[in-house]
Ligand binder design. Structure first.
Ligand code: NI
Length: 256
């Protein structure tokens, strides 16, 4: 079944119909969803969500754009929650230089702290990196994490940068952007990367694929992404689904 490795169902855009939507997934072939955290509030909401839905798992971590007010107390609390059997990764963590705030030094400090936390509690990491290709690569290289424990979520860099991560045995998160008419660079990356290193993701409610671009995204749109990957790699749709599910389970080892 389809495995959505990165979604944000705690987002308020799902407040009106969350239950109805999530309950429709099984019939649509969506087997597993991992909900990624971005700030402390979302960490709390994810802990509730994973209790309520058996097929939803969670990550805990602080997004680079939200790390300015992060405290030592928050950090300790996150660490304590990672023993929850349904918390399957640290994320999304990383660097985002697109926005002027917070300062790069603050982002780097919390990125490094959270990379070390992941090592300490033996969980994989979900990386957010925007306009920060070189610094992200350097920090991930220094962290020296084992193969299959890093997902560069919503991969947006070049084929050369993809090669760096593939050489370390890491994963590239691929979603709606691969269907965009202006998504040429990502199509090249998908063509180049082995299917065994690709994780399917929505990043919903954002980044809805064609033909639903601009609308609220959900895991129900993943078949459009799967079809595009199958077309680019000249594969059967069913193989794309089963191999990416296997990849996701190799990455999120705590998922049942
Ligand atoms: Ni995300």
């Amino acid at each position: 079944m389809i495995f959505d490795t990165h979604a944000h169902y705690d987002d308020e855009q799902f407040d009106a119909d969350r239950q109805e939507l999530l309950n429709s997934f099984k019939a649509a072939g969506i087997g597993t969803v991992v909900n990624a955290a971005s700030n402390i509030e979302s960490c709390h909401n994810i802990l509730k969500l994973i209790e309520e839905y058996s097929f939803i798992y969670g990550t805990l971590g602080i997004h680079p754009s939200d790390c300015k007010d992060l405290t030592e107390e928050d950090f300790k609390w996150i660490k304590a929650q990672t023993s929850n059997p349904k918390i399957v990764a640290i994320g999304e963590i990383g660097l985002d230089y697109y926005w002027p705030e917070p300062d790069h030094e603050i982002q780097q400090k919390w990125f490094e702290r959270q990379l070390n936390l992941a090592k300490e509690v033996n969980l994989p990491v979900v990386i957010h990196s925007r306009d920060a290709a070189q610094d992200t690569l350097e920090m991930i290289k220094s962290a020296n994490l084992p193969p299959q424990t890093v997902d560069i979520h919503c991969f947006s860099y070049s084929r050369e940068m993809a090669r760096e991560y593939l050489n370390m045995g890491y994963y590239l998160g691929i979603g709606g952007v691969v269907t965009f008419k202006n998504g040429k660079k990502l199509k090249e990356v998908v063509e180049y990367a082995p299917i065994e290193n690709i994780l399917l993701e929505t990043d919903c409610p954002y980044l809805s694929p064609e033909p639903n671009r601009g609308k609220r995204n959900s895991s129900l749109n993943l078949p459009y992404v799967i079809e595009k990957i199958a077309e680019i790699k000249n594969m059967d749709v069913d193989d794309v689904i089963s191999i990416t599910e296997k990849n996701a389970r190799n990455f999120y080892k705590k998922v049942n």
